[in-house]
Design a protein around this ligand. Structure first.
Ligand code: HEM
Length: 513
């Protein structure tokens, strides 16, 4: 055999081995686009991942695989398979594959709730938050704070209305939510009202930058070997954002520690509880450090603000598009509260139709359309297909909640579909936020379900109630309503909702903070 023939044979054998290797790796995987060698489907990736994945699910089925660089993605788009992942194999799928952009802001990954693998630390952190701050009882303790913040928003909106000025609804509700969350976290510790507002504004920019960064495609995630080179500069940006947060948190904590040491009569808020816990060092199974304190503050601020305020913005946008629904909410408010007083949080249980509007908003516009991706800790079978350990599993909540097999007229905004005597839509579907019905999962399901449901539920309903009881809303002259979505780990409206309020309460004094 001459040299040329043996070289050709050698290359042929190597190529065959490579094909065999790839075929072995793919064996048993869910179907999916083949993609290019090395790059996989990266070049055809659409920035609106939720609709792009929904399109691929139409082609390949309710479970498909997609290679993105060296990462394997598995996408779930049916309630039955979501149940297999989030309930039947809950423990295996309860881990996270931390994106490079999240490492810094989660203080290294193992320090907060969202990006922590399941284990003693995650359990302790979740318990601390859910029991002390986010439980119905914990929330009840600070209802006065929410009332104060909502009254301040009401007064501000009234001043905008009196001046005939349009309001950026999402921005305004972000500030309200932020003030409520930070107030719940560390009370009035940061000083004057204007200092509070300044911190709120700064946080809004930071949170928007973080959620945008987490939703953006990152070469470091597709090719982890390249992560140290940070080719898009995302890690650098993430480090800088974390520094800015860290500086604010550090300042607030330092002030509190000093006040505690001076024997001042400090508030019994969540920060105080965490500092006590930090002194004790944990629960015996996991440590609780000052880094955990800051990482939890970050979780609450990043996880709780945009999610809630975007939901309020979507609800208002849908109702401005469907005036009949808006009027029905106002009629209910008028019947329960009237216009001679201001709606209170305690009125919410009687505002049944409003609750349906919130449910329908979360069905059509889930704040986290692909949830937070899950990551199996071992090889598992889902829907008869192999799902390898370490793959990134996306549950497409957005597509599941618009599945025509589960929902009648799925793209239409019909709150009545959830009413007990409904004739429209789904004729009285009963759903709640616990994730027990896998075709309604705005907060996820299983072990990793959202930690802040009780707060989210109250805040969205209270916000919509206040906006509609106290004001009528119109689009500015000549403006058109645009309901286009913009994908991100937290989904936004592509164009902010800007609308002009007109007071509808009986007396101007009712708007005073
Ligand atoms: C309308 C508002 C909200 C929606 C739609 C929402 C939705 C979600 C979803 C879908 C997840 C991921 C579930 C999964 O990975 O399976 C999640 C996780 C989480 N949410 Fe929310 N959320 C909202 C508000 C809040 C609020 C107000 C807080 C706290 C102040 C919060 C704190 C968290 C935390 C800490 C996690 C991580 C849980 C874990 O990994 O164990 N969320 N949320």
């Amino acid at each position: 055999m001459d040299a040329a023939t043996s070289t050709t044979l050698l290359y042929g054998a190597l190529l065959a081995a490579a094909f065999l290797y790839v075929a072995t790796l793919r064996r048993g995987l869910p179907p999916g686009p083949r993609g290019l060698p090395l790059l996989g489907s990266l070049l055809s990736l659409d920035p609106d991942l939720h609709t792009y994945f929904a399109g691929l699910a139409d082609k390949y089925g309710p479970i498909f695989s997609i290679r993105l660089g060296s990462k394997l993605g598995i996408v779930i788009t049916s309630p039955a398979l979501a149940r297999e992942v989030l309930r039947d194999n809950d423990l295996i799928f309860s881990n996270r594959d931390i994106p490079d952009a999240a490492r810094s802001i989660s203080y290294g990954g193992g320090q907060n709730i969202v990006w922590n693998p399941v284990g003693p630390t995650w359990r302790l952190l979740r318990r601390v938050c859910v029991r002390e701050m986010l439980s119905p009882a914990g929330l009840q303790n600070v209802h006065g704070l929410r009332r104060r913040e909502f009254r301040a928003t009401l007064a501000h909106l009234h001043s905008m209305a009196s001046a005939g000025k349009p309001v950026d609804v999402g921005a305004q509700m972000f500030l309200t939510t932020m003030n409520v969350i930070t107030g719940t976290l560390w009370g009035g510790n940061i000083g004057t009202e204007s200092e509070r507002t300044a911190v709120g504004k700064e946080f809004r920019e930071l949170v928007a930058e973080i959620t945008e960064m987490l939703g953006a495609p990152n070469v470091s995630d597709f090719f982890p070997a390249l992560a140290p080179f940070d080719l898009q500069g995302i890690r650098k940006k993430s480090d800088a954002l974390k520094e800015r947060f860290d500086e604010i948190f550090g300042r607030i904590i330092e002030k509190r520690v000093e006040a505690d040491q001076a024997g001042a009569d400090t508030a019994e808020d969540f920060l105080e509880y965490m500092l006590k816990m930090e002194k004790e060092g944990g629960d015996g199974k996991a440590a609780f450090t000052m880094t955990n304190v800051k990482a939890l503050l970050m979780d609450m601020v990043v996880g709780g603000t945009e999610t809630t305020s975007n939901t309020v913005e979507w609800a208002m946008a849908e109702m401005l598009q469907n005036r009949r629904i808006l009027r029905k909410v106002q009629e209910e408010l008028d019947a329960v509260v009237g216009i001679d007083g201001v709606v209170e949080e305690s009125d919410l249980p009687q505002l049944h139709y409003l609750q349906l509007v919130v449910k329908e908003t979360l069905r059509l516009h889930p704040a986290l359309p692909l949830m937070v991706p899950h990551c199996p800790s071992e090889d598992t079978t889902v829907g008869g297909h192999r799902v390898p350990a370490g793959s990134r599993v996306f549950v497409n909540a957005w597509a599941i909640m618009r599945d025509p097999a589960a929902w009648k007229d799925p793209a239409k905004f019909i709150p009545e579909r959830f009413a007990s005597q409904a004739s429209d839509g789904d004729g009285g579907r009963k759903v709640d936020f616990t994730g027990s019905e896998l075709d309604y999962v705005p907060f996820g399901s299983g072990r990793r379900i959202c930690a802040g449901i009780a707060m989210a539920e109250r805040m969205t309903a209270y916000s919509v109630a206040m906006l509609l009881q106290a004001f009528d809303w119109e689009l500015p002259e000549g403006a058109a309503l645009d309901l286009t979505e913009k994908f991100g780990i937290v989904m936004k409206k592509a164009t902010p909702l800007v609308a002009v309020p007109t007071p509808r309460l009986s007396r101007p004094e009712l708007y005073s903070a």
